[in-house]
Design a protein around this ligand. Structure first.
Ligand SMILES: [Zn+2]
Ligand SMILES: [Zn+2]
Ligand SMILES: [Zn+2]
Length: 721
């Protein structure tokens, strides 16, 4: 009827004409009647549709009204997420109870659960009518109601309230493992760790507010995501392909949440990149509904875990020119500001009339200075103390140290005032001769007092990948890195041990210097991937005369316990490559919750005793065991050397005792660069920061710093000589 304007002709109508049918119509009449019939038929249909629609809407609205929630209401959330390998059928379908903490639109709510905040549609919620609710929920509810009642405070309080659960989630007592395979760090603050070690700064939210409005900055972010799509999905992939890849492969961990301010960031990028905005302009992670959501740190780190180390390094460097001025890439902008604010006034030059010895590096005006910056007043005081102690040449007792410190403080005062004088009336340095005690005419000398140091353990290959994305960097280039902040003590590196513990990055060409020693080993964290080819490669490398040590090898229980046994087996096998005159470097570390790794030190000793003769030279790198362990290891292997890293900074009482009990001829210091930085916002450690370790160790052992430098240097040379 709607199509033809008449009833359809049936075969029966043709056989017997329909009773009452008009057959004597003219053409015009037929057309007129047809037109009227069609119009009225459409009219009727339209009216009927309208009433049905109204009825449907009324019925729907009746139901939807039941589902309107107020801020502060308690609700259950429908949980449809599946865990791989677990049947959903017997799990409770509802999560919660949770709290309605924000109404984003008439049917999208923000719900706070105990550990997360979800943005969710009303039809996945049901009101919670429990008589008893958990105490944390009651507290939150009260706090929220207080805020609603005092609208002035609401604006200020809402933001941190919304962020709080996420912070709690990652900073709670739960350890999470870093998904980056070469890292695997177990940490309570995974998010912080990822920003410090793996993610590019351009995706960071808070400190970059000022760039948010710049299209070129957003473009950088967008292009970085495009790059990820090419690397992960394929050469012609679009960002939408990457989104599909993330959604269909289920690679995201469950229960990740997104902060409110991320929504704005994502909106900005979407606008600049001309991507399709998601429905309702609300960005979600389950499923990922826009390429911009891929900026979320959790998704980024999951994607980065699938790249090669070189690609990761390349990705990490994206935009660092934009965000930070080129000189200061090692540090976050916030920290840098604080640093410049408290900078000690820099002494332009000063004169030392003290007799100096060969050990102290005396750089003259023409500039053999190692540091770009002249020494600050505080470093001058420190180095003067060193100098005095060094000149004394023998261990000092406590009273003597005190006296000498007092002396040096006194003697530094005139230097101090002189500095101030020279600053206000700058002396033309070159043309102004000064007569010293011995009546020798000298130019004013810019003196840089540096201690000679031996870093007994660092990783050039890994630093090179982190800094340049390749393996090309030389030791010299590494040591010339601009360090921000500057190390407390200026040192001259007179040698060290380059540890290669990743068969893929063993050096092709060995450097032919006596200064840098080479160690070849396998990091225990890499044990699960160890194969016979790698074993052969190690065996071959160790026959080279220029390889001075086997290591690092060992046990590391920060990884999944299923790997512990294979670590022990591989340690046992690799110890077969040891020879008594080449030191074995052991990396021993207990679970992340342990401080002194006692069980691991004990177990490792058993394994090593089984394979090695008592005269075997052993280097316990990054030692953090107890005094008892020092004793047992020394009894079993008198040639055990104990090497301390910056971990000494957080030593407990028993570890401090251990550090005191190691005799002078068995102690070493190391940086374990590029790792082991405290504070951890120095991203990449450097051997030139070794002075910090020496200083803390000197404090623990009540020894002059100069002596620590001297004995560790001699020990390093004799162990690896
Ligand atoms: Zn990591
Ligand atoms: Zn190690
Ligand atoms: Zn190491």
């Amino acid at each position: 009827m709607l199509m033809l304007g008449r009833e359809v002709n049936q075969p029966v109508d043709l056989l017997y004409s329909v009773p009452g049918a008009k057959t004597d119509e003219s053409q015009d009449e037929y057309v007129m009647r047809l037109r009227d019939a069609i119009t009225s038929a459409h009219e009727i249909a339209r009216n009927t549709l309208k009433t049905t629609q109204n009825t449907m809407k009324r019925d729907y609205d009746v139901r939807i009204l039941e589902r309107e929630y107020k801020i502060g209401d308690l609700v259950y959330v429908l949980d449809t997420a599946k865990i791989k390998g677990r049947a959903k059928k017997l799990d409770p379908p509802w999560k919660g109870p949770g709290l309605v903490c924000e109404k984003l639109s008439s049917y999208v709510y923000k719900i706070k659960l105990q550990k997360s905040v979800l943005t969710i549609n009303h039809d996945r919620l049901k009101p919670c009518k429990d008589r008893e609710v958990p105490p944390w929920l009651k507290q939150c509810q009260h706090r929220l109601q207080d805020e609603v009642n005092t609208p002035m405070q609401q604006q200020h309080a809402q933001q941190p309230e919304a962020d709080q659960p996420e912070v709690k989630h990652y900073e709670g007592n739960k350890h999470s493992t870093c998904p980056i395979p070469t890292c695997g760090e177990s940490t309570k603050k995974l998010k912080h760790h990822c920003w410090v070690y793996h993610l590019p700064y351009i995706f960071k939210d808070l400190p970059l507010d000022k760039f948010e409005k710049e299209p070129s900055f957003q473009k950088l972010r967008g292009e970085a995501i495009q790059k990820l799509a090419w690397w992960i999905v394929g050469q012609r992939a679009t960002v939408y392909d990457l989104v599909r890849y993330v959604n269909s492969n289920n690679i995201l961990p469950r229960n990740c949440t997104m902060m409110q301010r991320c929504q704005d960031q994502m909106r900005n990028v979407t606008a600049v990149m001309n991507w399709y905005p998601p429905a309702e302009d609300i960005y979600t992670m389950y499923p990922v509904n826009s390429p911009a959501v891929l900026m979320q740190w959790r998704i980024l780190i999951t994607l980065l875990a699938q790249l090669s180390p070189a690609r990761r390094a390349e990705f990490r460097r994206i935009g660092c020119d934009f965000v930070l001025p080129p000189m200061a890439r090692q540090q976050s902008p916030v920290k840098r500001k604080a640093e410049t604010a408290v900078k000690v006034p820099v002494a332009k030059s000063y004169k030392s009339s003290r007799p100096t010895e060969g050990r102290i590096n005396l750089a003259n005006q023409s500039g053999r200075a190692r540091e770009n910056k002249p020494p600050t007043v505080s470093t001058v005081v420190k180095t003067l103390t060193n100098l005095q102690n060094q000149l004394a040449g023998k261990p000092l007792d406590a009273r003597e140290i005190l006296n000498r410190k007092r002396q040096s403080r006194d003697s530094s005062r005139p230097v101090d005032t002189k500095n101030r004088k020279t600053e206000s009336h700058p002396v033309p340095q070159v043309s102004n001769p000064v007569v010293d005690k011995n009546n020798n005419v000298n130019r004013i000398q810019k003196v840089t007092l540096v201690s000679e140091a031996f870093d007994s353990h660092f990783h050039l290959d890994r630093a090179s990948i982190l800094l340049t994305g390749s393996l090309e960097m030389s030791v010299e280039q590494y040591l010339q890195e601009k360090l921000i902040p500057q190390p407390d003590i200026a040192v001259e590196m007179i040698g060290g041990v380059l540890v290669y513990c990743d068969p893929d990055t063993y050096p092709q060409v060995l450097p032919d210097t006596s200064k840098w020693k080479i160690a070849i080993g396998l990091h225990p964290k890499a044990a699960p991937y160890f194969n016979n080819d790698q074993f052969m490669a190690m065996q071959e490398a160790l026959t080279d005369m220029r390889v001075s040590a086997l290591g690092e090898i060992g046990l590391d229980r920060t990884v999944n316990p299923i790997h512990w046994m294979s670590q022990e087996k591989i340690l046992d096998k690799l110890l077969g490559l040891a020879s008594p005159n080449k030191p074995v470097i052991l990396h021993l570390r207990g679970q992340a919750t342990e401080t002194m790794s006692d069980a691991v030190y004990t177990r490792a000793l058993e394994i090593v005793q089984n394979k090695c003769e008592p005269e075997q030279k052993i280097h316990l790198h990054c030692f953090h065991g107890s005094a008892r362990q020092v004793e047992t290891w020394r009894r079993a292997f008198p040639n055990t050397y104990f090497s301390f890293s910056l971990k000494v900074k957080n030593f407990h009482e028993d570890q401090i005792m251990a550090a005191r009990n190691v005799p002078n001829h068995r102690i070493l210091i190391e940086t374990d660069s590029p790792y082991c930085t405290i504070p951890s916002d120095i991203r990449i450690n450097n051997p030139r920061r070794i002075g910090q370790v020496a200083m803390i160790l000197a404090g623990i052992r009540s020894q002059p710093v100069a002596e620590i430098f001297a004995v560790t240097r001699d020990n390093g040379k004799s162990l690896y000589g």
